[in-house]
Design a protein around this ligand. Structure first.
Ligand SMILES: NC(=O)c1ccc[n+]([C@@H]2O[C@H](COP(=O)([O-])OP(=O)(O)OC[C@H]3O[C@@H](n4cnc5c(N)ncnc54)[C@H](OP(=O)(O)O)[C@@H]3O)[C@@H](O)[C@H]2O)c1
Length: 209
């Protein structure tokens, strides 16, 4: 698959490594621009490309958002229309600034992102795993005690794509439901960053009705 990753930090670069290992082609973008990514992509191999955010978004079928949540308005909404967008971000008020709709529980951070990206097929996942665990905890499909990560979204095909990418990167997927259900595993909830198998995670996601 052709995958863009916006954000080349801890989560973005870790996902790039795992997705490349699984055979995908990856375009990586950040805030400073492609020149700053030359060393990173040189170390990642021939299927890794440094790009601007716009180039990455245009090249890819799937776009992973791996930047500080507060920068979401820099994402090029026109270029992401119709694409599968995976939201790996978390809202962190001290870093991202106060967003009233999130603070009051009116919207999840992913729903705020969706409002900025009309027509994008957004799935929330990868937000609830520390980058070191993302790097180290993945296991082949079918093995015992494989770690599971939750996902939420409103587009079944996009969720299927996200499920495949989770598996390709070493994790089972547990479908938490519609995008609004992302609140069950956002930052600060009981399942957040816990190491759970699929059965354990399914139970843990039911912490609220
Ligand atoms: N760290 C974790 O363990 C972890 C786990 C799960 C989820 N997350 C979430 O994932 C997101 C990224 O976290 P991180 O720890 O990977 O952060 P990080 O290491 O600080 O990296 C952030 C990346 O985002 C890029 N960026 C910032 N503003 C941008 C913009 N306007 N346009 C394009 N790129 C921009 C930065 O570009 P430059 O390099 O050019 O500055 C940098 O490459 C956050 O929302 C975080 O909450 C983190």
């Amino acid at each position: 698959m052709r995958i863009a990753i916006v954000g080349s930090g801890k989560i973005g670069s870790t996902l790039a490594q795992l997705l490349l290992l699984a055979g995908h082609e990856v375009w990586i973008a950040n805030r400073r621009g492609p020149d700053s990514l030359q060393d990173l992509v040189a170390g990642l191999g021939l299927r890794a490309h440094a790009a601007t955010v716009a180039q990455a978004a245009e090249a890819a079928e799937v776009v992973i958002v791996a930047l500080p949540f507060g920068a979401f308005q820099d994402l090029p909404a026109d270029l992401l229309r119709g694409k599968v967008v995976i939201d790996a971000t978390n809202y962190v008020v001290d870093r991202d600034g106060t967003i009233v709709a999130i603070e009051t529980g009116q919207k999840t951070s992913t729903e705020v992102l969706v409002a900025h990206l009309p027509g994008a097929r957004v799935v929330k996942t990868y937000n609830g795993i520390f980058w070191e665990h993302l790097r180290d905890d993945g296991r082949p499909s079918g093995g015992p005690n494989r770690r599971a990560l939750p996902l939420a979204g409103d587009d079944p095909d996009a969720k299927q794509t996200a499920t495949q990418l989770l598996s390709d990167t070493g994790f089972d997927a547990v479908d938490a439901g519609a995008l609004s259900q992302g609140r069950r595993f956002q930052r600060g909830t009981p399942p957040y960053v816990q190491r759970y198998t699929a059965d354990e995670l399914t139970d843990a996601l039911n912490w609220t009705s």
